[in-house]
Design a binder for this molecule. Structure first.
Ligand SMILES: Cc1cc2nc3c(=O)[nH]c(=O)nc-3n(C[C@H](O)[C@H](O)[C@H](O)COP(=O)(O)OP(=O)(O)OC[C@H]3O[C@@H](n4cnc5c(N)ncnc54)[C@H](O)[C@@H]3O)c2cc1C
Length: 325
């Protein structure tokens, strides 16, 4: 039975990241529609229980290559190429992110396969998968089908939602892989968390997004104080990330993360299309901007025209007072 193979990235404690869990959930859903199964490749010495636990997201099988290091693309390409050659998977699906892009591209070259990157949705049609990819600065979406197998699908970071964990357990199969000679030429010296990785924007119900309207780096404390009062996290536009005001890990948009919190409060953000594509699925969008003609007012649920330096501190006070009262 042809199926969908997913790569799942984990940290040094064996905890899988959300982006990978989203890819597994998506693969399981699509495999169900195709009448096939989703399987996962895990590298490194991850515990049986943690691997089997991926069954809760819909994986039927986990191929674990214990001897292969996590974090380097080429050895993982070797593992995935072998599993696909042995098991005949029809598709490989990646959740995006830097490593996902690198492995996906490497696997494509290795297998002489077709690839679609920056995919925001995948659908099953006539027993095959079709990837949806935004083009022309996200102003249009194209459907991409595959004329040969396997097809490689690389999603945007966090494009695929994590489904509620179920009760399932995946079968864990250990695989021995002989690494290509070139795959051993790079070694992982140290793995560390990216600066700002503690900004947990994917899981937050409330996000306060800060843009250039904050005026300067130090003013991000206005967004942080409000986010803290609301029990949320802080997100950012590319303009402020590029200016070094806030970590890349918090960037929302075309070249950042895609989020869908219950509330997205955009402070001093113009609402450029490249930012919009990363947050437009938020349940409620509240914008504070001093320019009544700012594009963000065209798609927010509630707009406040005014100076954020006055509005944000007052809002923070009001939230605190309400919570305290
Ligand atoms: C290929 C490509 C990819 C991109 N990817 C991304 C991406 O992933 N994410 C992203 O965010 N951008 C991305 N961009 C950049 C994007 O086009 C915009 O430049 C960026 O989103 C603008 O950020 P901003 O809203 O912070 O700044 P600005 O557009 O400068 O907007 C600042 C806003 O703050 C308001 N303001 C100013 N002072 C105050 C005040 N005191 N009180 C209230 N409001 C105030 C202004 O009226 C203005 O609307 C990309 C661009 C390209 C070309």
């Amino acid at each position: 039975m042809a199926g969908i193979l997913v790569y799942a990235l984990h940290d040094d404690e064996g905890k899988f990241n959300n982006n990978s869990l989203g890819a597994i959930s998506e693969a399981a859903k699509l495999a169900g529609e195709l009448g096939s199964e989703a399987a996962v490749v895990v590298v490194g010495d991850v515990a049986d229980d943690a691997c089997a636990g991926l069954g809760a997201y819909g994986a039927k099988k986990v191929y674990r290559a214990k001897q292969v290091p996590e974090g380097l693309a080429q050895p993982i390409v070797d593992v995935m190429a072998k599993v696909i050659a042995d098991e005949g998977h029809s598709y490989a699906l990646f959740g995006g992110g830097l490593l996902g892009f690198e492995i996906g591209a490497g696997l494509t070259a290795r297998l002489n396969a077709g690839v679609t990157m920056e995919v925001t949705a995948v659908k099953a049609a006539d027993g095959k998968l079709v990837a949806e990819r935004p083009v022309l600065q996200d102003s249009a979406i194209v459907d991409v089908g595959y004329v040969s197998e396997p097809g490689i699908i690389i999603g945007r970071l966090n494009a695929f939602n994590v489904s509620e964990p179920g009760e399932g357990r995946a079968e864990v199969v250990d695989v021995e892989v002989e690494l290509s000679e070139w795959s051993s030429r790079a070694r992982m010296r140290q793995r560390g968390e990216q600066r700002g990785a503690d900004v947990n924007i994917e899981d937050a119900d409330v996000l306060v997004g800060g843009g250039r309207g904050l005026g300067e780096k130090d003013n991000f404390k206005l967004a942080e104080e409000l986010a803290e009062a609301l029990g949320g996290a802080v997100a950012a536009t590319r303009a402020v990330v590029d200016a070094g005001w806030y970590p890349y890990a918090a960037q929302i948009g075309q070249t950042g993360k895609t989020v869908a919190p219950k509330l997205y409060l955009a402070a001093g953000i113009s609402g450029a299309i490249q930012h919009k594509v990363g947050m437009q699925s938020s349940e409620n969008i509240l914008a504070v901007n001093k320019d009544p003609n700012a594009p963000i007012f065209e798609f927010c649920d509630l707009g406040v025209v005014g100076d954020l330096h006055k509005i944000l501190p007052k809002l923070t006070e009001a939230v605190k007072a309400k919570k305290g009262g």
